[in-house]
Design a protein around this ligand. Structure first.
Ligand code: 13P
Length: 248
């Protein structure tokens, strides 16, 4: 019922030439567009270049909340993304929460501004290993999402992708069990259905991220409440990323 979606989060990797070459190869996968939505999140300086190449959809790894231009040295505004035809943005990635102190109010404002501009939001959530070990992962993730869902305009549900990315699985090669992934995704879906009518909450896609690779992708993507993935390291090599896409 929901079209699967896979994001390639290149983080702060690749030279400009390498990014252009990888993007060209990924864009050749466009025959897949009828079965899966693909979004590439390159480093910010390459957005303008890739947007001119007219290939697969691109998104920004970050943006600043105001929907305007202004005196915010070093930031990229959501309006500037629109200007470049960048129609997706990552919000709430754990690396931004941890290293750049982005808190819930800031993230919810950013997500809502992006959505109101028609920009798709991948809103990331996920627990630390300590929280997973003490058995409160689901409550923790629900608490991360509730402020967003509380303020979300129901009409924006189709533009929202929730990315469940346990912090302890990111870049570590560790992955939760399939039961743990499905349990979390089902809990997130149940939470969404408390805020919105059935059709709207069904339109929200929930994807998994954290050491997703060519070996584990197929079994993860087959889970009933998993609508795709957000892939870091394995999206930096065309062959491994293509295998992941082929598993959907
Ligand atoms: P890895 O796939 O490298 O674990 O990264 C996941 C991630 O953070 C995607 O946003």
């Amino acid at each position: 019922m929901r079209k699967p979606i896979i994001g390639a989060n290149w983080k702060m990797n690749l030279s400009c030439d390498e990014a252009g070459q990888l993007y060209t190869k990924m864009s050749a996968l466009s025959e897949l567009e009828s079965t899966v939505d693909l979004v590439v999140f390159p480093p910010q300086p390459y957005l303008a270049l890739l947007s001119k190449m007219n290939g697969v959809a691109i998104g920004a790894q970050n943006a600043y909340a105001p929907d305007m231009f202004g005196a915010f040295t070093g930031e990229t505004s959501l309006m500037q993304l629109k200007d470049l035809h960048v129609n997706s943005v990552l919000v709430g990635h754990s690396e931004r929460r941890l290293h750049f102190g982005e808190d819930t109010d800031f993230l919810v404002a950013k997500a809502n501004t992006a959505l109101s501009l028609g920009i798709q939001v991948f809103f990331c959530c996920g627990e630390s290993d300590e929280i997973r070990s003490n058995g409160t992962a689901i409550t923790f993730v629900e608490n991360q999402l509730e402020p967003l869902l509380h303020q979300l305009n129901q009409a924006h549900c189709p533009l929202l992708v929730i990315a469940y990315e346990p912090i302890w699985a990111i870049g570590t090669g560790k992955v939760p069990s399939l039961e743990e992934i499905e349990e979390m995704h089902a809990a997130i879906r149940a939470l969404c259905s408390r805020y919105f009518d059935q059709a709207s909450s069904d339109a929200i896609r929930i994807v998994y991220g954290g050491s997703c690779n060519a070996t584990n992708a197929k079994s993860i993507f087959q889970l009933p409440n998993v609508d795709g993935g957000l892939v870091g390291g394995a999206s930096l090599q065309f062959d491994s990323f293509k295998e992941i896409i082929d598993s959907i």
